[in-house]
Ligand binder design. Sequence first.
Ligand SMILES: *Cc1c(COP(=O)(O)O)cnc(C)c1O
Length: 233
Amino acid sequence: MDEIQQNLRQVKESIAKACRRSGRNPEDVRIVAVTKYVDVETTRRALDAGLVHIGESRAQEAVPKWKALGDRGVWHFIGHLQSNKAKAVAGKFTYVHSLDRYSLAKELNRRSEGVGQPTRCFMQVNVSGETSKHGLRPEELTDFAREAAEFPWLRLEGLMTMAPFTEDPEEVRPVFRQLKALQQELQRLGDPRLAVPHLSMGMSRDYTVAVEEGATFVRLGSILVGQSYSAGR
Ligand SMILES: *Cc1c(COP(=O)(O)O)cnc(C)c1O
């Protein structure tokens, strides 16, 4: 069996177990295969293995991959997005996970309108407060969500966060729990546009904890397609 297929089978098993521990339905957890470390051929193998959601984090590398494979799968832009790259992303990437400021929302809305395709957005929250991380401060989220909801070509789908790097994934459980609490706060506002259904959280080392805490999209790179895993190896 192909190595990616094998990895995928193990990941699905771990997700199923995490769902059993937390009383969730595994069908509510979608896997985004993060292909930023790998080439077009490996990305194609990920699609061949049955992965549907493909995540990329740099426009310069993502767009050539999308040009080769964009008619297959659903494409997610997961990295920090400069406003001047919104043009490259709109119409190609169904989802953007890194919406974190007004200027980007405005430009992404404009570019999405230009290509006639709305962009589904996750608002990125810097829950851990690390200065190295992008994202809204938790206390900025509600006001930002209200502003972003006014853009007709953006669809607010959920919240995204990146947990700090730790050896023990248990240590980042509170980060995931807080993102879920923020989602519930938005849902309590009673505005259907702000009641976002999804949580994009969990990476290779902490995704099982994220699933236990309610992740509906996990973003998996190294554990699934490898770090520098190239065709023919
Ligand atoms: C690289 C990246 C991932 C995947 O990282 P792994 O640890 O390899 O699973 C997930 N999310 C974002 C935003 C990334 O940049």
